[in-house]
Design a protein around this ligand. Structure first.
Ligand code: NAD
Ligand code: IPM
Ligand code: MN
Length: 348
């Protein structure tokens, strides 16, 4: 029997609940489709940090390298560990270490879910650059606490980094409605974003079958609400993509619906799958987190592992569940009820 080795990092808050929900669904799927999941769980989290002084052990990245995929719930518990410490100690180093440069975030309305835009069609694929740009970590602070204090956060964009994410997005557009919208802010950011626009134009010549639109991030935010049906694949830098995908999640009906895959060149290590949302301290421990974003991310992981039929079955089980009105609005069903309904759909 084919066995996939998974590293599970439930993390903090609702990360733990939604990882548990996802594994119930994935194990049911594995049974039905005849493969095995060999999971090892790593307790790396803010709680771990408080005990050990680090979010993961020194050899954490090397430990993860041997797995076929990483599944992560959510990281962050700002009441006890500053976010800049927890995220720079776990999630962001994993994305960088394995060169997980493409963050794929599908946004579409599931059957039965209205979303705030109601009548509009909504089905877009956001491709977010995931390793450089505004998240490069370059910068510093001087004269701390004084009147003349200055903080600098430098965005680093490389030709290689821009080219590979754009190429990835063009390829995705080829597999969909063949329309790519590249999002920048080249009217204000005259180095990095003009550079990005230039490379987009260069690459567009290699993809004559894909139509390309250039949009500024501010206008794009409005378009996602006013005319989302004019969008197909959307590509953006690390920070712009981060913001647009919470907007995408909101249009889907909430953070509990948005899935993501962090994909890299496999030879460097495993890819990582996680919902778009965070640890949601406001609802943690209440059994009300929507597990659908996490379970959908699990389906993306199965697809990546080559289990396409199983991935499609999980997505179909999610859709059948929401079509029945289960999990479609906050508070209507518990985490466990939604999970059980999806598992039941997967039964033989
Ligand atoms: P968040 O995504 O955790 O929560 C934002 C809002 O959405 C909250 O009101 C929350 O209750 C709601 N929400 C989120 N997921 C939900 C779900 N599955 N079902 C129902 N409602 C849901 O964002 P935040 O509050 O800005 O961040 C909380 C912590 O998570 C911070 O430490 C932050 O840095 C971290 N964070 C981590 C990740 C990650 O690990 N990938 C992503 C985003 C935020
Ligand atoms: C996400 C999150 C992270 C990001 C944070 C927690 C660092 O918001 O995955 O969308 O900005 O990448
Ligand atoms: Mn985010």
């Amino acid at each position: 029997m084919k066995t996939h080795k998974l590293a599970l990092i439930p993390g903090d808050g609702i990360g733990v609940d939604v990882t548990d929900a996802t594994m119930q669904v994935l194990n049911a799927t594995a049974n039905r489709f005849g493969f095995a999941l060999a999971c090892e769980t790593f307790p790396w989290s803010c709680e771990y940090y408080l005990k050990h002084g680090a979010m993961m052990p020194e050899e954490g990245i090397e430990t993860l390298r041997n797995f076929d995929a990483i599944y992560l719930g959510a990281v962050g518990w700002p009441a006890s560990v500053p976010d800049a410490v927890s995220l720079h100690g776990l999630l962001l180093p994993i994305r960088k270490a394995f060169n997980l440069y493409a963050n794929i975030r599908p946004h579409r309305l599931l059957p039965g879910v209205e979303g705030p835009l109601k009548s509009q069609g909504f089905d877009i694929l956001c491709i977010r650059e995931n390793t450089e740009g505004e998240y490069s970590g370059a910068g510093g602070r001087v004269h701390q606490g004084q009147d003349n204090e200055v903080a600098v956060e430098t965005s680093v964009f490389t030709r290689r980094g821009i080219e590979r994410i754009l190429r990835f997005a063009f390829e995705q557009a080829r597999g969909r409605r063949k329309h790519l919208t590249s999002v920048t802010k080249s009217n204000a950011q005259k180095y990095s974003m003009v550079f990005w626009d230039e490379i987009t134009r260069e690459l567009a010549r290699e993809y004559p079958d894909v139509t390309v639109a250039h949009m500024h991030i501010d206008a794009m935010a409005a378009k996602m609400v006013m005319a989302p049906d004019e969008l197909d694949v959307v590509v953006a830098s690390n920070l712009f993509g981060d913001i647009l995908t919470d907007l995408g999640a909101a249009i889907q009906g909430g953070l509990g619906f948005a899935a993501s895959a962090n994909i890299g060149p496999d030879r460097l290590g495993p890819s990582m799958f996680e919902p778009v949302h965070g640890s949601a301290p406001d609802i943690a421990g209440k059994d009300i987190a929507n597990p659908i974003a996490a379970i959908w991310s699990g389906a993306m992981m199965l697809e990546h592992l080559g289990e396409s039929q199983a991935a499609a079955a999980v997505l179909k089980a999610i859709e059948t569940t929401t079509a029945k009105g289960i999990g479609i609005r906050p508070g209507s069903h518990s985490t466990n009820e939604i999970t059980a309904a999806i598992v039941a759909e997967l039964g033989d």
